[in-house]
Design a protein around this ligand. Structure first.
Ligand code: FAD
Length: 592
């Protein structure tokens, strides 16, 4: 298995497309420049493509192990983690006040894509910590932040997100974990959380669990959920490690993929917890972490698509089968490399044209996270916040679905050799399969988009967002140098705007029908927005010459002609297909 981070494309997107100057202009990023940006990407590529990739296969075969109540990570993980923290990767976008590097989110997104490509299991040991850090930095008291955050940034303590219980996955309002005030400002937590990623392991000295629970007497449902910090080992006043807290690992899961990642059942038996934020406002605070994780899960899908593409492309050049259609590369040979088969080319290009468009959306969204967090211009920051809120479910769901379709296509290109273990393609498929499920299933992301993001106040923003893209496309659709790209994008956008209007009405009048169309709508939205990204890229390189830009133009055209047409079928399915779904009763499904 090989992986070379697509640094050229990444730098093109940041330097030439969005413009690094827009990032550097934000308060706090004055010390970032193109050289630093490139040097960090190159170092991330080196670390990912060598250290992390080299332990991915063994990690899958060995798996995380649970013995005598403790979890051990597979061989090589500890050494790789030591390098990870020594090189400062744990604190890339963390606050300098806690020892972090305070670098832009747009850079973090690109690093996340690389690490997700080469070793999802390893990434999971680090990414929940990052989310936990940002949540605590956002919502915890000064005392808690000072005591815990520097160790998290140093990477010697890690974090988890403890939401799920056996009977309560999507619907967190059902949770049973209880918190009882201990009388000294702390709480005693009891309950069992399942499926907790990195709930226990041997990579860090301490693990900080962020747990949602209901304080005795709190209202039922999501309005009675509070958030607590429950350290695995209690921390003394002076910051040193004290007694073991009453949190124990009951078991770890045996899984289809990400086998090196420990997915734990944790028992809390009167464990000491510290309230984060206000009582009963825990879920709102937790969303800070969940939104970071949603983005990063999407980036797993993007990374896996890229590595699947690179390996399938190389294999297709080596594997000779059948004679290719004319013109053949070498008429004297009995068979040609399968990359000369148009079917194989189509599958490779379908992956690549979507991956490069999706990467542009990742960079675009990363920039908006930076603006949201740093801009001194309040209106710009508010707009950026709305943009990020709108695009987060789209990135989570669409990129993880893209990861599935790309890894499956790449596996197909290997034929039977992709189905067997040898080349590692089946591991990519298995490792990707969790991405559409965890961090809120993709169905839940779609409902978030339909029921929250395109309706009400955020709906007004969504209209403005789509209208601004419409204006951009209209401005350029008659320019014959870019019309082949911008024209189809403009048609798809009209269709998205019409469908959005229709669906918004349905949300008010017939919620069931609207929800039945949510996943199809999210796909329509994602394919169209990626077409907008491609259009803006092509306009930005309109007069540039050279093979790099020519390939971009060809890929954009391929996307418009081979991928984007699905949007009209999706719109038709959503609008005309609504009645067919509404005709069914549950009894029709289960009755016969
Ligand atoms: C490997 C792994 C790691 C995980 N890591 C963590 C972790 O670190 N922390 C944590 O707290 N949890 C974690 N989870 C839990 C994960 O987030 C949940 O599995 C996920 O949110 C779905 O919950 P569930 O499995 O209970 O499925 P359910 O909620 O029972 O859903 C079953 C099906 O019903 C659908 N469904 C449910 N409600 C709706 C709705 N309102 N509208 C439409 N469809 C709906 C779902 O989309 C799904 O297809 C992990 C899970 C796994 C497998």
């Amino acid at each position: 298995m090989i992986y070379n981070a697509p640094i050229k494309d990444m730098l093109f997107l940041v330097n030439e497309w969005i413009g690094l100057d827009k990032v550097i202009a934000l308060p706090g990023y004055e010390e970032v420049d193109a050289e630093l940006f490139e040097a960090i990407l190159e170092e991330a590529d080196r670390f990912s493509g060598t250290e992390l990739l080299s332990i991915n296969r063994d990690g899958d075969e060995h798996g995380a192990k649970f013995e005598n109540g403790t979890v051990t990570t597979p061989p090589g993980f500890k050494e790789a983690y030591t390098q990870f923290i020594e090189n400062g990767w744990a604190g890339i976008d963390a606050d300098p006040e806690h020892g972090g590097q305070g670098l832009p989110k747009v850079l973090q997104n690109l690093i996340d894509e690389m690490v997700g490509a080469v070793n999802v299991s390893f990434k999971l040991y680090t990414e929940l910590s990052r989310g936990a850090y940002h949540l605590m930095n956002h919502a915890a008291s000064d005392e808690i932040r000072e005591k815990y955050l520097p160790k998290m940034v140093e990477g010697v303590w890690s974090g988890t997100m403890c939401l799920t219980e056996a009977h309560c996955g999507t619907d967190l309002g059902l949770l049973n974990t209880k918190a009882v005030p201990a009388g000294d400002g702390t709480y005693k937590l009891s309950g069992t959380k399942i499926f907790i990623t990195s709930g226990d392991h041997d990579l860090t000295e301490n693990i900080l669990h962020l747990v949602i629970a209901r304080i005795e007497g709190a209202p039922a449902g999501t309005r009675g959920i509070s958030l607590f910090l429950v350290p695995k080992i209690l921390v003394n006043e002076d910051g040193s490690l004290g007694e073991r807290n009453a949190v124990n690992t009951a078991s770890i899961e045996h899984k289809m993929g990400i086998r090196a990642s420990a997915t734990c059942t944790l028992n809390f038996d009167d464990a000491t917890g510290y309230l984060i934020g206000e009582e009963n406002r825990g879920l709102a605070a937790m969303f800070k972490m969940m939104n970071i994780e949603r983005m990063t899960v999407g980036l797993q899908g993007l990374g896996l698509s890229e590595i699947a593409y690179q390996n399938a492309r190389d294999y297709a050049q080596e594997r000779t089968q059948s004679k290719a259609p004319a013109p053949r590369p070498d008429d004297s040979k009995p068979a040609d490399p399968i990359i000369y088969q148009p079917e194989m080319q189509r599958q490779l290009l379908t992956i690549r044209s979507q991956v490069e468009g999706a990467r542009a959306l990742s960079v675009f969204t990363g920039l908006h996270v930076d603006i949201m967090e740093r801009s001194a211009d309040e209106a710009a920051a508010a707009d950026a916040e709305n943009t990020v809120a709108l695009l987060t479910p789209v990135i989570k769901a669409h990129f993880s679905d893209l990861g599935m379709s790309s890894t499956l296509s790449a596996q197909q290109i290997y034929g039977g050799h992709g189905y067997v273990r040898e080349h590692g393609m089946e591991q990519l498929v298995r490792d990707c399969r969790i991405a559409p499920i965890y961090e809120g299933t993709n169905e839940v992301q779609a409902i978030d988009l339909v029921a929250r993001k395109i309706t009400g106040k955020t709906g007004e923003f969504a209209d403005r967002f789509l209208a601004s893209w419409q204006e951009f496309l209209r401005e350029h659709e008659d320019d014959e140098k870019v019309a082949a790209i911008v024209g189809p994008a403009a048609v798809a956008l009209e269709c998205l705007i019409d469908t959005t209007r229709w669906l918004r009405e349905k949300v008010q009048s017939d919620d069931a029908t609207a929800r039945g169309a949510a996943s199809q709508y999210l796909r329509l939205f994602a394919l169209t927005i990626i077409a907008c990204m491609w259009s803006q890229i092509i306009v930005s390189i309109r007069d540039k010459e050279g093979s790099f830009y020519d390939i971009k133009r060809k890929l954009a055209r391929f996307y418009m002609q081979q991928v984007l047409p699905e949007t009209s079928a999706l719109a038709a399915t959503i609008i005309q297909g609504a009645d067919a779904l509404a005709d069914f009763e549950v009894s029709d499904l289960v009755g016969q």
